[in-house]
Design a protein around this ligand. Structure first.
Ligand SMILES: Nc1ncnc2c1ncn2[C@@H]1O[C@H](COP(=O)(O)OP(=O)(O)OP(=O)(O)O)[C@@H](O)[C@H]1O
Ligand SMILES: [Mg+2]
Length: 204
């Protein structure tokens, strides 16, 4: 089983958006996927409950033990995750994806989080690999340049920048993902996802 944790203690940074789309991408490849939601708000679990049954199956997760051993475990995590719970979540995942939005508040909170990550044993020993994603980025803006500077200094690889697009909001509403929609609606966005999909090895 391979596992990806999506984490950033900053609220609203895009964790659930990334986790649900990643889970759906892996399911679209025919992989058996569990989407675990560590957040009491249960946003990912709610998305899964709205997911149309004819789409590729993603299994939810309740309780402590996994009911099935999937090919992939995708873990969505809550805002404010820290301390032992953060360390335990990182220990479960060989890959950690951190979304960051181009705002001073987001970068400040994320900077503190990255300092904590760097000190964690699993990351120091390279058992878990961390990668950053710029979220809701308009490359024409000054804040996009500020985010790029911030991410370059972060010492973890920056995989891609995803634009601010209504398709993400609509997908959340309908329990679907970019990877369930007609390519004509999503080509530009999936192009932006490509480096992240390469990083997770296309589900293999
Ligand atoms: N690239 C994007 N374009 C447009 N809207 C986006 C994008 N990414 C996220 N959003 C929207 O921003 C809001 C916050 O995103 P999301 O719920 O994924 O963040 P989160 O980190 O999971 O939040 P929380 O910390 O509350 O769990 C949602 O309404 C989501 O639809
Ligand atoms: Mg969330």
């Amino acid at each position: 089983m391979k596992s990806i944790l999506v984490a950033n203690p900053k609220g609203g940074s895009g964790k659930t958006t990334l986790a649900t789309n990643l889970a759906a991408y892996l399911a679209s490849l025919g992989r058996q996927v569990v989407l675990a939601d560590l957040d009491r708000q249960q946003s990912s679990a709610g998305w899964l409950a709205r997911r149309p049954p004819q789409l590729p199956t993603i299994h939810g997760h309740q309780g402590r033990k996994l009911a099935i051993k999937p090919d992939w475990l995708v873990i969505d995590s809550p805002a404010g995750l820290h301390g032992d719970k953060l360390a335990a979540a990182i220990k479960m995942a060989e890959r950690v994806v951190v979304p960051v939005q181009p705002s001073a508040f987001d970068m400040q909170a994320t900077g503190e989080f990255l300092s904590v990550l760097r000190e964690l044993k699993a990351i120091r020993k390279e058992k878990s690999q961390v990668a950053m994603i710029g979220m809701r980025v308009d490359p024409r803006t000054r804040s996009a340049a500020e985010l790029a500077d911030f991410l370059l200094a972060a010492e973890f690889p920056v995989l891609t920048y995803l634009r601010d697009a209504q398709v993400y909001v609509q997908c959340a509403h309908e329990g679907v993902s970019l990877f369930d929609l007609p390519p004509s609606r999503t080509a530009r966005d999936i192009e932006q996802w490509r480096p992240l999909l390469d990083w997770i090895g296309h589900g293999d």
